[in-house]
Design a protein around this ligand. Structure first.
Ligand code: NAG
Ligand code: NAG
Length: 435
């Protein structure tokens, strides 16, 4: 497992990812994604944005503030860089942080040598990530994003903001030095959003995994559709796991799904992923798109509890029942899996999703919670308790600053399979009767 490996190797246990590149090269987006991904994989990660420190001293700087020749600007920026670094080190020392992201425009060789030197004094290994991009379309898109969302341009007219921002990039460009292999540092250079990548001196498992993750990212717009399978016969009986058929109402959902999807997706191409279990395949059986089955999308394995009701688990394995409520993310069913295990086996699914454009996943409650948690940045202690209703299509649209979610109900009744902490499931029949 990624996290236990990290703990076992003190030499590579603390990594600082240093972002390098001119403004509007997508550095902050990459930083956010690395943090979200690592936290999802149970590795403590945090981004330190130098711009946020600098803003404390000068909230609305003009472009020439950023010139090397501007003494006051330079010393304020050096101060901000130092302050951010101090906080980063103290976060690692005091809170056991494993991966810090140092996000700023460290555009010169000298600055990089300074950072590497500072970090090595604290036994933190630097991994430099440079986003080099001369593709005008990509840059312009990023500029639009920045000028509409950056705190530097709050309340500034968009035309003025864009012009100032382009000037700022030009000022930075004068001093900018791209990373070269003569610098003897570990780095990944991503050219034109992944058209070419250069990897140099990346050795540890954790670092190469971060590099691998970044190499899978693309910036084309995409949407992800998620649905649980239709109500199954086991759902109706309140049984866990198994490989049962859909119930009658579940089949109604399968019949209605093509219309629901067509209305929401339009005529864009779509690929459907299911698990290897019958209930997801039956749910997807009427969809007129290419379908792929993944073993990794199978439901959390309940081990000895497979085929039991929650009441039976509480009677037969009372301690386990309580232990699971205590820490549902870590609890592993006897002979089965924990949520953490599911996240681990979903890693290749997330990598593939990052590579793809429009995908519909028909899967199971626990698996869907884990995928959802990755996109929506849901903390580990909450994700196993999320309520994801049956017969509902969820659309997730990742954007630069967060993911937009839409839920579309099929309006087909189903039992509720939701169980709150410390309780038995309501197991409410749609007509209000307790089953
Ligand atoms: C599930 O459905 C299939 C096909 O309709 C049927 O042959 C099979 O007997 C069903 N299984 C159960 C356990 O009801
Ligand atoms: C644009 C920028 O931040 N430049 C800085 C890069 O690092 C050198 C060396 O520390 C500084 O002098 C620059 O101000």
């Amino acid at each position: 497992m990624l996290s236990s490996y990290v703990c076992s190797d003190p030499n590579t246990s603390r990594v600082c990812v240093v972002m390098v590149g001119l403004p509007a090269r997508g550095k902050s987006l990459m930083s956010q994604k690395i943090v979200r991904y690592l936290k999802w994989r149970s590795i403590s990660a945090k981004a330190f944005n130098i711009g946020n420190y600098r803003r404390k001293a000068n909230a609305h700087p003009s472009a020439d503030f950023f010139a090397l020749s501007n003494d006051e600007g330079a010393s304020l920026r050096r101060l901000a860089a130092q302050e951010a670094l101090n906080d980063l080190v103290s976060w690692m020392d005091k809170e056991g942080g494993r991966v810090a992201i140092y996000d700023g425009t460290n555009s010169t060789k000298r600055r990089r040598a300074w950072i590497a030197e500072q970090l090595s004094q604290h036994n933190i290994h630097p991994l430099f990530i440079e986003s080099a991009c001369e593709n005008d379309e990509i840059i312009l898109n990023n500029i639009m994003d920045v000028k509409t969302t950056s705190p530097d341009y709050k309340g500034v007219d968009p035309q003025t903001a864009a012009k100032d921002f382009i000037n700022r990039i030009e000022v930075y460009r004068k001093d900018y030095e791209s990373i070269s292999s003569s610098e003897m540092i570990s780095y990944l250079k991503i050219i034109d959003a992944g058209a070419q990548v250069v990897v140099n001196k990346v050795k540890s498992y954790l670092e190469s995994h971060i590099v691998y993750y970044l190499m899978n990212l693309h910036i084309k717009p995409r949407r992800l559709w998620l649905s649980r399978h239709g109500e199954s016969e086991y759902n109706v009986l309140g049984l866990l796991g198994g490989n049962s058929n859909l119930s009658e109402r579940g089949m109604m959902y399968a019949e209605k799904l093509p219309e629901l999807v067509a209305n929401a997706v339009g005529d864009q191409p779509l690929t459907v992923w299911t698990s290897t279990l019958k209930r997801t395949q039956q749910t997807a059986s009427k969809l007129p798109y290419q379908q792929i089955q993944w073993k990794a999308l199978d439901e959390l394995d309940a081990g000895v509890c497979d085929g039991l009701t929650y009441e039976e688990i509480q009677q037969k394995y009372p301690e386990d029942f309580a232990a699971r409520d205590e820490n549902k993310f870590e609890y592993r069913y006897k002979g089965g899996e924990s949520y953490r295990d599911v996240v681990t086996r979903l890693d290749p699914i997330i990598m593939e999703l990052e590579r793809q454009e429009n995908i519909l996943i028909v899967t199971h409650q626990a698996v869907l919670r884990c995928i959802y948690a990755y996109y929506m940045d849901v903390p580990q202690e909450q994700s196993p308790w999320m309520n994801v209703p049956l017969h509902t299509l969820i659309c997730l649209e990742p954007r630069a600053y967060g993911t937009i979610e839409t839920r579309i109900s099929a309006n087909i009744p189903a039992v509720s399979t939701f169980r709150a902490k410390g309780e038995l499931p309501q197991h409410q029949e749609p007509d209000g009767q307790n089953a």
